[in-house]
Design a binder for this molecule. Structure first.
Ligand SMILES: *[C@@H]1O[C@H](CO)[C@@H](O)[C@H](O)[C@H]1NC(C)=O
Ligand SMILES: *[C@@H]1O[C@H](CO)[C@@H](O)[C@H](O)[C@H]1NC(C)=O
Ligand SMILES: *[C@@H]1O[C@H](CO)[C@@H](O)[C@H](O)[C@H]1NC(C)=O
Length: 362
């Protein structure tokens, strides 16, 4: 099932903040000490590596909207969020599906070797980060230094590491293994029920933020820094590395949201598991009901990291049941979400290929 290898097990569709372990105290930054690969000792979940490439076919840049972060934007502004420091706020209605920000990396560095269970050696990166920052214009340096900086208590006096601390608190891992800084996007705060999706386009080498639902004038724009189909406790552990505790409404309402998120995670993994194999018509009918239930729950919470996958599973099951019309409808929904980020991405192309396969079965 090639089609599913691309989408399976998406836990966080596009990116992972770097969790750089200092050689002094790696455990405080990297709660997980998994001995697998990469990212703060966190094991990449099945299929995630493929999806880190969120949008990825090398067909060249063709961005349909142009809300670039390079210049002045008329649709968002950076200002104080009560009790939360700086945040990004909509200055106008930003309609669901439209782009909020598009930003190229300010700089990217190649990280040193990752040490399993420990992370990256900070000392080995300081010189590279300092060099990259020194090469920026003074305006760009100001922009870099305006970003949030989280230090551990034992790091308070390490002034010479300041650039590194800022970098560690904000950078993203790219698909080519480099770690990059996006200073404007870095000012978007976290929510466990975010109103915007966050995708790295390896085609256009831009990070793209698009509205997962309508964002009202004056409303704060939010993305997630942690996989969402986890319980509050697990999300908080992960968010601790950025130095804050989340107090979003989903965390507040955890008695209700935890069981729901666990249920979504369970449905997702059951469906992926079953769809990787041949299924009987009898099973397909039951599985389609589950896929539809999953889609409804994900839609209710605007979970754009997981919805394309759920749409595809509903499409595939309809296809297996010879319901071509329904398969096409689901596949179009999937495609629409991929296109909100980048219509030439490999994810979009893959959805188009599925649609063509479905249509030719008519
Ligand atoms: C986006 O803006 C850039 C810079 O102003 C311009 O070169 C490019 O053609 C624009 N792209 C689109 C699709 O309008
Ligand atoms: C929101 O982001 C700003 C800027 O990065 C940071 O200073 C602030 O601590 C963040 N607040 C929360 C709650 O994450
Ligand atoms: C195909 O699926 C649609 C949407 O679920 C449903 O309304 C329709 O009855 C199905 N058609 C057949 C022939 O099963």
């Amino acid at each position: 099932m090639k089609l599913f290898t691309l989408h399976t097990g998406v836990s966080i569709a596009f990116w992972v903040h770097v969790g750089l372990a200092s050689s002094i105290d790696s455990s405080a930054l990297c709660p997980s000490t998994s001995f697998q690969i990469q990212y703060c000792g966190r094991t990449l979940e099945h299929g995630e590596a493929a999806f880190l490439d969120g949008v990825g076919n090398e067909l060249g840049p063709a961005l349909k909207a142009n809300n670039t972060a390079r210049g002045v934007s008329s649709i968002w502004e950076v200002r104080e969020s009560p009790g939360k420091g700086l945040g990004v706020f909509a200055t106008t209605l930003i309609t669901a599906g439209s782009r909020v920000m598009v930003e190229p990396p300010l700089f990217a560095i190649k990280p040193p070797e990752f040490i399993p269970g420990k992370g990256y050696e900070i000392e080995a990166m300081i010189a590279d980060v300092d060099k990259a920052v020194a090469a920026l214009s003074s305006e760009e340096q100001d922009e870099f230094r305006s970003c949030h900086e989280h230090r551990l208590p034992n790091e308070a006096a390490s002034e010479h590491r300041r650039n590194m601390f800022i970098f560690r608190s904000n950078a993203y891992t790219l698909t080519d293994g480099k770690i990059a800084m996006f200073p404007k996007i870095a000012k978007i705060n976290h929510s466990c029920r975010p109103n915007a999706a966050n995708v790295w386009s390896s085609v256009s080498r831009l990070r793209i933020i698009w509205a997962a639902r309508d964002i009202l004038p004056g409303e704060e724009v939010s993305v997630t820094y942690a996989p969402l189909l986890q319980t509050r406790e697990d999300r908080q552990k992960r968010l601790a590395q950025y130095g804050f505790r989340c107090s979003c409404e989903a965390c507040h309402d955890h008695a209700h949201t935890d069981p729901r998120r666990k249920q979504m995670a369970r449905l997702l993994s059951e469906l992926e598991d079953r769809l990787a194999r041949k299924t009987s018509a009898f099973a397909n009918k039951k599985l389609l009901l589950k896929a539809t239930a999953l889609v409804e729950m994900l839609e209710e919470e605007h979970m754009m990291d997981y919805l394309p996958n759920a749409y595809r599973m509903a499409a595939e099951l309809s296809f297996r049941l010879d319901n071509i019309t329904a398969a096409e409808d689901w596949a179009r929904q999937e495609l629409r979400l991929h296109e909100n980020a980048d219509e030439l991405s490999s994810a979009s192309q893959d959805a188009v290929a599925f649609l063509l396969k479905t249509t030719s079965a008519r």
